[in-house]
Design a protein around this ligand. Structure first.
Ligand code: 2P0
Length: 332
């Protein structure tokens, strides 16, 4: 009854921002991501009659209350119900990158919980069922993280969410030259969670409908860009999509400004470098970090330039990551 999963985090090229169903975590729009090979969560889950309550240890700290604890126990309840057991669990989880700082820790974290938890409970779910379970954990982007490679989370049409799950649209080794550079400028936790932020945007942002109106075009461009390995099409679409999402965040009431001055400094630098012929495109999630996508031929030059910006604390150069795996290297 003890299982350990390793799941890569992911970065969206077409973002998920807003839900059509808050309880089932169903998105207003389909979205496409690529897995990071170097950012991951490792999670061990054990169901054991010796435990009188669920225990959750994240990055060496025991969590006993708050939204993350609530989501974790609720997710364990879903797994218990599916497996027909009532046993309590111990969950130990570690991220190899800063938690809740805009690097999609909830995506890999809840995905790893779904994968390790369902196996530990004796369930043998296929990829579609796992993607749905990961989404129900309370983090929509978790549905994409198990998949690896390039993944599309289809918004689906059904009220019960049975057609809302992620599929792989290109394998991890499909595009060996594809790179994502993560520039870390702050390791502070964000002030407004994605869940709260996107709900506020849907309720109060006057530009939100405009965001939804242009999504299909962005999805089409990114799918085409992947199929044809047209990097310019993917990069320019992803950058534009990110700016549109942030436009809705900024015009939410009260305003959600995830950028810091250093974020803008990198944005301007990437735009300048591109004018000089260095092809990188930025994308930013619900946090201050900037991720730059580029091809192998330019990665060293872009990374050197990034590292020469004083506010960049460190960079992590990633290739396209693989699907989730199970391991016998348990955390306890
Ligand atoms: C994404 N983000 O597509 C977008 C871009 C953040 C900005 O998915 O409410 O933690 O738990 O479903 O999955 C982060 O949102 O939010 C996210 P919930 P989640 O990657």
């Amino acid at each position: 009854m003890k299982t350990t999963a390793i799941v890569n985090s992911n970065i969206a090229l077409v973002k998920y921002w807003g839900k059509r169903d808050e309880k089932l975590i169903l998105p207003n729009n389909s979205n496409i991501s690529v897995a990071y090979d170097k950012l991951n969560t490792i999670t061990t889950v054990e169901f054991n009659l010796d435990y009188s309550k669920d225990i959750f240890i994240l990055d060496s700290n025991e969590i006993t209350d708050g939204p993350v604890f609530k989501k974790t126990t609720e997710h364990l309840n879903i797994i218990r119900q599916k497996a027909g057991i009532e046993t309590r669990a111990k969950v130990v989880s570690k991220n190899n990158f800063p938690t809740a700082a805009g690097l999609a820790s909830s995506a890999s974290g809840f995905s790893a919980l779904a994968f390790a938890g369902s196996k530990a409970a004796g369930l043998n779910l296929d990829q579609r069922e796992l993607s749905i379970l990961a989404r129900l954990s309370g983090s929509g982007s978790a549905s994409r993280s198990l998949i690896g490679g390039f993944a599309e989370w289809m918004k689906g049409e059904k009220a019960d969410g049975s057609d809302s799950y992620a599929i792989q649209i290109a394998k991890p080794d499909y595009w060996p030259e594809f790179r994502i550079i993560v520039a870390i400028i702050s390791e502070a936790r964000k002030k407004t969670s994605s869940t709260d932020g996107m709900n506020l945007t849907v309720k109060t942002c006057p530009l939100y409908q405009g965001w939804l109106n242009t999504i299909e075009q962005d999805l089409e461009n990114v799918r085409k860009g992947i199929a044809e390995k047209n990097f310019t099409l993917i990069g320019s679409t992803a950058e534009f999509n990110c700016l549109k999402m942030h436009a809705t965040m900024i015009t939410t009431q009260p305003s959600l400004i995830y950028w810091m001055p250093e974020t803008l400094e990198i944005i301007h630098s990437v735009l300048d470098w591109r004018k000089q012929g260095l092809e990188g495109y930025f994308t930013i999630d619900a946090g201050p970090q900037v991720k730059i996508i580029c091809l192998e031929k330019d990665v060293e030059e872009i990374n050197n330039k990034l590292c020469s910006i004083p506010s960049v604390k460190k960079t992590i150069i990633c290739k396209v990551g693989k699907e989730a795996i199970l391991t016998d290297n348990h955390l306890f």
